[in-house]
Write a protein that binds this ligand. Structure first.
Ligand code: FAD
Length: 371
């Protein structure tokens, strides 16, 4: 077995796979070590919304980064399908952010004044295209750019493409320890064997906190549990994603509707609770009254990796080691995966970077601000 690589990535979720794909495309020898199955963590739990406009409120570096990442899905849809033959199920029919009261309608109409990518649609216009929605809605903000993908298929497509381009991807291979060698490389210790890499990337989502501590950094990651359910129904027909009060209904290409997601801080359990699922059904019922007759297909839960300011860590170790971080993507890891892969590739290959992004996502940004 080959044990020497230019880049070793810890974690085989969507973030690790996106990085491996971009590096393998450049001919870099890359290894992913995944403790479980590829995409088994938060990636498989996600609804797959690409909510750059609906999730982020400030026109800052984070928003620009998210928009670029969202745009890059148009490139990846064709590129990954050509290499891997996997369809990432990219649907770009947009999203409706609903108003259920006059006050909410007026707040959403205000957004149109400063946000060029959105439109206000009256109740009549909304109901004409989405007749399943309740007639009690007051209208909706139409966000054409916020589509969705299948996170599982994106992760599988990155992974298969990276493999076909030469990457080594090992499942059931947890990294227990990172040690620096006398030649300034890194040994990644696993129960299988030790791997020696010139550069390493910490991309193991909510579990990255362990390595931050070991590497002398106090930037923490905490879990925010999210529960979801999926349903099927002949009485519900939706084209667009529907978003209301932190709850969403995503119409998937296979006929399912994914409804999510709860937000439970600091909870490491990945089992959905009755209370969590009930709260989602209670939120959706006033929006789509016919939901009560739908078939329940599945329920699940996953752990969002949250940082202290809600932005990911994407960058190099502050002491200039060849250690990189790509973690803490919280509610938006599916959206941000394409651009994270490109940014880490460029950092490792020493290419020109957008300095606003380097600052916004640096591991020690909060210490620098308070100095
Ligand atoms: P993960 O997918 O968790 O991958 C980390 C991997 O590291 C895991 O596979 C794990 O097994 C592995 N690992 C852990 N420790 C080790 C170790 N020591 N050695 C080797 N491997 C290790 N984002 C969106 O953009 N849109 C959405 O609609 C959306 N919906 C969501 C809904 C829910 C319910 C949840 C929970 C999340 C949602 N997210 C969404 C967020 C998104 O899922 C995450 O931000 C993203 O999946 C993080 O990807 P990751 O690769 O960093 O982490």
């Amino acid at each position: 077995m080959k044990t020497q690589f230019e880049v070793g990535i810890i974690g085989g979720g969507i973030i690790g796979q996106s990085i491996a794909y971009q590096l393998a495309k450049e001919g870099v020898s890359v290894l992913i070590l995944e403790s479980n199955k590829i995409g088994n963590g938060a990636t498989s739990a996600a609804a797959g919304m690409l909510g750059a406009n609906s999730e982020l409120e400030n026109n800052d570096a984070f928003f620009q980064f998210a928009k670029e990442s969202q745009q890059h899905y148009h490139v990846l849809r064709d590129e990954l399908s050509q290499i891997s033959q996997i369809n990432i199920q990219f649907v770009d029919k947009g999203m409706y952010k609903l108003a259920m009261t006059d006050a909410e309608a007026s707040a959403l109409k205000d957004v149109v004044k400063y946000h060029e990518s959105v439109e206000w649609h009256s109740k009549e216009v909304v109901l004409e295209s989405e007749p399943t929605l309740s007639a009690t809605i007051k209208g909706a903000l139409y966000i054409p750019e916020d589509g969705h993908v299948s996170p599982y298929h994106v992760c599988a497509a990155f992974s298969k493409s990276a493999r076909l381009l030469g990457a080594t991807i090992l499942e059931n291979t947890p990294v227990h320890e990172i040690k620096k060698t006398v030649t300034n490389e890194y040994t990644l210790s696993t129960p299988v064997t030790d791997f020696v890499c010139k550069n390493i990337v910490i991309a193991n989502g909510v579990w990255s906190g362990h390595f931050f501590k070991k590497l002398g950094l106090d930037a923490g990651i905490t879990p925010v549990k999210g529960e979801c359910l999926s349903i099927k129904s002949n009485d519900i027909g939706l084209e667009k994603t529907i978003f209301y009060d932190h709850c969403y209904i995503v119409p998937k290409g296979d006929g399912r509707f994914v409804i999510g997601a709860t937000m439970v801080e600091d909870d490491w359990s990945t089992v959905p609770t009755i209370a969590g699922i009930q709260s989602l059904i209670e939120k959706v019922t006033p929006i789509i009254p016919s939901i009560s007759s739908a078939q329940l297909i599945d329920t699940w839960a996953g752990l969002r990796p949250q940082t202290i300011d809600g932005k990911p860590y994407i960058g190099q170790h502050p002491e200039g080691e060849n250690i990189y971080f790509a973690t803490g993507h919280y509610r938006n890891g599916i959206l941000l995966a394409p651009k994270t892969g490109l940014m880490i590739r460029d950092l490792i290959l020493n290419r020109k970077q957008n300095e606003d992004y380097v600052k916004a996502f640096s591991v020690n940004r909060l210490q620098v601000q308070t100095m």
